[in-house]
Design a protein around this ligand. Structure first.
Ligand code: R5P
Length: 305
């Protein structure tokens, strides 16, 4: 490898590393490969009439393999990445790293009601057995501090704060960064500090899958607010936060999320609440994507190799 001092990212000159991409994230994977200076290969998928999956990787595989796939819409994709890890090893890869910009099932990190699983542990155990390393962005780690406690391998959780802060900095100086709840306060604080802005966090009570209540203390006068959260799923958290900020006198409210899950109706709920613009990181392909994260993933992969 040679280190490009200007970019701070190593380039693999040896042909011993390949980025393997599932079809729906080929563009993102190419960005990772470009930053690493290595080749990208397609992972092909096939569904049999009975619903079973078959994957086929490029063979023979060089000794080091990076498999790229955000695991939104998760159940089928999770099984396919497990199949791909097996295929890569059979094709010659000795070290296989999963780069999953979005990692699902992290919110079910405890038994909330009798009879439930700890889904976070189930997924973590499977990935830890299949991969030598896993890298992701902003996994929802609430009760667990380290991703390696969930996934027993070289598991790394990256902060999207530098990417968000770069984008936020371009908006100007008179913005208040807002986390809708206690869980988002660390991200809001870090982004605000890196962008040189003030921040606050709200108090959220979840009343159902699609019902939350968000409250804020007193806002600075005539604040323009940017609400930041790790995930927008139903969109009700952002919508409730935006409404509360408007009631409290915010003169403009924008929304930025890391993982653009955006279930049906989410975007219109957030817009109806009064959001001026809604943007997201590109961890999940969505029309709101405005903040690139592949360089963060590539840099972490380089450190892991
Ligand atoms: C939960 O605490 C997360 O940080 C998000 O606030 C939550 O998952 C968003 O979900 P929804 O869009 O359904 O409110």
């Amino acid at each position: 490898m040679r280190r490009d001092l200007q970019q701070g990212i190593a380039h693999c000159t040896a042909a011993d590393l390949t980025v393997h991409a599932f079809p729906e994230c080929a563009v993102y994977a190419r960005e990772v490969a470009r930053a690493l200076g290595c080749g990208a290969a397609a992972v092909k998928t096939h569904r049999f009439p009975d619903g079973e999956a078959l994957v086929r990787v490029s063979a023979p595989a060089p000794p080091r393999a990076i498999l790229v796939r955000p695991l939104n819409d998760p159940d089928g994709k999770i099984f396919e990445v497990l199949l791909a890890a097996d295929a890569l090893r059979r094709a010659g890869a000795e070290r296989v790293i999963l780069a999953a910009p979005y990692l699902p099932y992290m919110r079910q990190d405890t038994v909330f009601h009798d009879g439930e699983p700890v889904s976070q542990r189930v997924l973590g155990t499977m990935l830890g057995r299949a991969f030598d390393g896993v890298v992701t962005l902003a996994p929802h780690l609430h009760r667990v501090r380290s991703l390696a406690d969930v996934i027993p391998c070289d598991a790394r959780a990256l902060s999207p704060a530098p990417a968000l802060a770069r984008w936020v900095s371009a908006m100007g100086k008179d913005w208040l960064v807002v986390g809708p709840d206690e869980e988002s306060s660390e991200l809001a604080r870090t982004v605000a500090e890196q962008a040189g802005l003030s921040w606050i966090a709200g108090e959220k009570t979840r009343l159902g899958d699609r019902k939350v209540r968000v409250r804020f203390g007193k806002l600075p006068d005539a604040a323009r607010a940017l609400v930041i959260d790790d995930i927008a799923s139903s969109g009700v958290t952002l919508a409730a936060a935006i409404k509360a900020l408007k009631r409290a006198g915010a003169k403009a409210v924008d929304a930025a999320v890391v993982h653009a899950i955006f279930a049906d109706g989410a975007i219109s709920a957030i817009r109806s609440a009064g959001a001026r613009q809604i943007v997201s990181c590109d961890t999940i392909a969505h029309r709101s994507n405005a903040i690139p994260t592949a360089p963060l993933i590539a840099k972490a992969v380089e450190e892991m190799l």
